[in-house]
Ligand binder design. Structure first.
Ligand SMILES: *Cc1c(COP(=O)(O)O)cnc(C)c1O
Length: 344
C-alpha cells in the first residue's frame, strides 16, 4: 500500500532513529523534584541558544504560551494580540480561561502589526479600562502562511513596548524556520522579546515538548505555574533527550522543507481555481484559496485523501505544511494530483 503524504501539519513528524536511541539511553531523574539531568541539559541548551538566562521544558507550545501570559499579567489587564495569531485563535481561549485577561486583537499585514496602531491601542488603567500589560507576537506566522515577520517591525514594536512599560512575549513556535529563511539569528529575534516560546515537536521532529525562555525570575515563576497547570513531568529526560537532538541535529534541515514548500507552491499557483502568490511562501506553510467549478474544498480534500494525500482546511482555503517526513516524491505526486484534478 502506498504511504500517505501527510501535509496536515509539521507536528506529524515521527522521531528520528537517533531520537529513539537517545530516549532508550537517557539518564533520568524526577524533574518535578528538580533532578532530571537530561532536562537540565535541554533547558540550559535552550537558554543558551536563545540568549536568555533560563528556560523551561513544557509539554506543549500552548502551555508555554499560556504560562507566559499568566506570569506577565494580572486580572483587569489587557493583552495585545495579532488578529490571526495562534495564541488568540487556536489555543482554546487560555487568555480568558486561565489568565482572565482581555485580548485586544489588532490587524496586520502578514503578521506585522503597525507599531503606531499598537501604540494607539495601549491603554492605561482607569475605572473604565484595563491596563495593557503585554504584547504577543508570532514568528513565523502560522495563519499568514508561515510569513516571516520582519526584524524591523519587531524592533519598532519593542520600542513602543519600552515606551509604555509593556512586556513582549514572542510565540516562536517556528522561530528556527524564521531564522533560517531570513538569515536573522534566533538570538536577535529572542532579544526583542521578554520571553520566547518555541516548539521542539514541529519541524524539529521531537515527539513532545516546547521550551519557554526568559529571565531567571520569570522562569522560576513559570515553573510554579507549569506545576499548577499539571505540566510537571517526572522522568521527562526521555523526552528531553529528543529535544536535545532536535536542537543540535534538526535545525539546518528545515531549509529542505522551505524548498519543497516553494516548489509545491510554484507548481500549483498556476492551476485554475487556485489563489496563491508563490512569492509569499517564505517557509514551510502554504495556505491557498480554492474556487473551482468542480471542486468545493471539502470534496477536493476528500479526493486527495483517496489518493493518500492529506491536508487540512482553513478559513477560506486549504493549508499544506512541509516537514521532515515529506520528501521530493510526496511533492511530485501531489503536484501531479492537483494537475489531474484541476486541469481536466
Ligand atoms: C503549534 C503552535 C503553537 C502551539 O503548539 P502546541 O504544541 O500544538 O500546543 C503555538 N503557536 C503557533 C504559532 C503554533 O503553530
Amino acid at each position: 500500500m502506498e504511504k500517505y503524504s501527510d501535509f496536515r501539519s509539521d507536528t506529524v513528524t515521527r522521531p528520528t532513529e537517533a531520537m529513539r536511541r537517545a530516549m532508550a539511553e537517557a539518564e533520568v531523574g524526577d524533574d518535578v523534584l528538580g533532578d532530571d539531568p537530561t532536562v537540565h541539559k535541554l533547558e540550559a541548551l535552550a537558554a543558551e541558544i536563545m540568549g536568555k538566562e533560563a528556560a523551561l521544558f513544557v509539554p506543549s507550545g500552548t502551555m508555554g504560551n499560556a504560562i507566559a501570559v499568566k506570569v506577565w499579567t494580572r486580572e483587569l489587564e489587557e493583552v495585545i494580540v495579532e488578529a490571526r495569531s495562534h495564541i488568540y485563535n487556536m489555543e482554546s481561549t487560555h487568555l480568558t480561561f486561565i489568565s482572565r485577561v482581555n485580548p485586544r486583537p489588532l490587524p496586520s499585514w502578514r503578521g506585522a502589526m503597525d507599531p503606531d496602531e499598537v501604540a494607539r491601542n495601549i491603554r492605561s488603567a482607569s475605572v473604565h479600562t484595563p491596563r495593557t500589560s503585554l504584547i504577543c507576537l508570532e514568528n513565523t506566522h502560522n495563519n499568514w502562511s508561515g510569513a516571516i515577520v520582519p526584524l524591523n517591525n519587531l524592533k519598532a514594536i519593542r520600542e513602543v513596548a519600552d515606551r509604555y512599560g509593556v512586556k513582549v512575549h514572542l510565540d516562536g513556535a517556528r522561530i528556527f524556520n524564521a531564522s533560517l529563511a531570513s538569515g536573522v539569528p534566533v538570538k536577535e529575534y529572542a532579544r526583542l522579546a521578554d520571553s520566547i516560546m518555541f516548539c521542539l515537536s514541529k519541524g524539529l521532529s521531537a515527539p513532545v515538548g516546547s521550551m519557554l525562555a526568559g529571565p531567571k525570575e520569570f522562569i522560576d515563576q513559570a515553573r510554579r505555574v507549569r506545576k499548577a497547570l499539571g505540566g510537571g513531568m517526572r522522568q521527562a529526560g526521555v523526552l528531553a533527550a529528543c529535544g536535545i537532538i532536535a536542537l543540535t541535529q534538526m535545525v539546518e534541515r528545515l531549509k529542505e522543507d522551505h524548498d519543497r514548500a516553494k516548489k509545491l507552491a510554484r507548481a500549483i499557483a498556476e492551476l485554475p481555481g487556485i489563489s496563491l502568490n508563490p512569492e509569499e511562501i517564505e517557509t514551510n506553510i502554504i495556505i491557498f484559496g480554492l474556487n473551482h467549478p468542480r471542486w468545493p474544498i471539502p470534496s477536493f480534500l476528500e479526493e486527495l485523501k483517496r489518493r493518500r494525500i492529506l491536508a487540512l482546511p482553513v478559513t477560506g482555503g486549504i493549508r499544506f505544511v512541509t516537514h521532515k517526513d515529506i520528501d521530493d516524491d510526496d511533492v511530485d505526486r501531489t503536484i501531479a494530483a492537483f494537475q489531474e484534478l484541476l486541469l481536466n
